[in-house]
Design a protein around this ligand. Structure first.
Ligand code: P6P
Length: 336
């Protein structure tokens, strides 16, 4: 595809090669792009709009919501629920499945999203992002239930994220590789700037919140210790560390230059009865789809994320992802 083409033309061009395409998928991806452009504008204006700070409310996870978490969720709903492309929505910010008002036409897709991931960074002007996952909706069901969303990541028809960083970039896969689009604010279009992204199989860079080190399981302790021992240790090379605390930003770096991202299960999370920090349905699965389409791996340490059988929309999982050869090493340590 021609670099510089718009996201809309890119999607339409791809639709031409999709047998039986009805245009709904094209319309849905364009609606998602509109949501991301609107959120990008809110994030970019920040204090100028009095949209920063706490919303004085909690989400279903019992976590403090930021004003922009709540607003971004409303933007996500508003962009998607009118046009007849979706049958229902789910979001980190909503306890239950969002059903369309009666009289609104239902579409063929279900969309799950983390409307604003990394929002602990939003008040200090550090990159944040939107993550979305697209599944097929059950035929002829006007009010899909939570159960209808509980599909393994391998059943996603599309996944993507929008990174609100120095530039706003939308990264998308529909199962034919990973493409990246950069927002041209002059005329409000995402333009194709990279395609067929491939993650280097080796790396010397890892991302983990090392303040949790004393709680990690032995395989993770061992791997990070070996990274820190550098060229004098068993890995025979020095490592660099990054931790943005916005998964989308860490993942974007890995897509561009390789690396590892780890948010493993640890004793602190287990003590709270949590199976991980990150959510399977609208963080781990969409990101895993992108990472695998770019030649990387995404695992819990013991299982491929995309084959997990979901039990609830807000369930959490451990996540270890990135450059194939190092992830395989970590999987090996978990199996020993
Ligand atoms: P911690 C953001 O809240 C998030 O879900 C991910 O985007 C990020 O990688 C992680 O949690 C940060 O967690 O424990 O470092 O604040």
């Amino acid at each position: 595809m021609r670099i510089g083409t718009t996201l809309s033309n890119y999607i339409i061009e791809n639709q031409r090669h999709t047998h039986g395409a009805t245009g709904q998928f094209t319309g849905l991806l364009n609606d998602l792009a509109v949501a991301c452009k609107k959120i990008a504008d809110l994030v970019n204006k920040g204090d100028l709009l009095n949209v920063l700070g706490s919303a004085d409310s909690e989400n279903v996870q019992g976590e403090q919501q930021k004003k922009l978490d709540v607003i971004s969720n409303l933007v996500f709903i508003e962009a998607l629920h009118h046009n007849g492309h979706v049958a229902a929505l789910a979001s980190e910010e909503m306890d239950e499945v969002y059903h369309l008002p009666s009289g609104i036409p239902r579409g063929k897709y279900l969309v799950l999203a983390d409307p604003l991931d990394g929002s602990s960074n939003i008040d200090v002007n550090v990159s944040v992002g939107t993550i979305f996952s697209v599944l097929k909706a059950p035929e002829g069901v006007d009010y899909p239930a939570e159960q209808d969303f509980l599909k393994p990541g391998t059943e996603q028809v599309a996944a993507g994220y929008c990174l609100y960083g120095p530039s706003t970039m939308l990264v998308l896969t529909t199962g034919q590789g990973v493409s990246m689009f950069t927002l041209n604010r002059d005329f409000g279009e995402f333009l194709l700037t990279h395609e067929n992204i491939m993650i280097p199989a080796d790396t010397n860079e890892f991302a983990i919140n090392t303040s949790n080190q004393r709680f990690w399981e032995p395989p993770v302790q061992r791997f990070i210790d070996e990274c820190l021992r550098g060229q004098d240790g068993p890995l025979g090379k020095d490592f660099n560390m990054r931790w943005v605390a916005s998964m989308v930003a860490d993942v974007h770096r890995i897509l561009n230059r390789g690396g590892l991202f780890l948010y493993p299960i640890d004793a602190k999370l287990s003590a709270k009865g949590q199976a991980g920090k990150l959510r399977l349905m609208y963080e781990a699965n969409p990101i895993a789809f992108i990472i695998e389409q770019a030649g990387g791996l995404c695992t819990t340490g013991r299982e491929r994320i995309m084959t997990l059988a979901p039990e609830s929309i807000h369930q959490r999982v451990p996540v270890i992802l990135g450059s194939r050869n190092e992830v395989e090493r970590i999987i090996g340590y978990h199996s020993e």
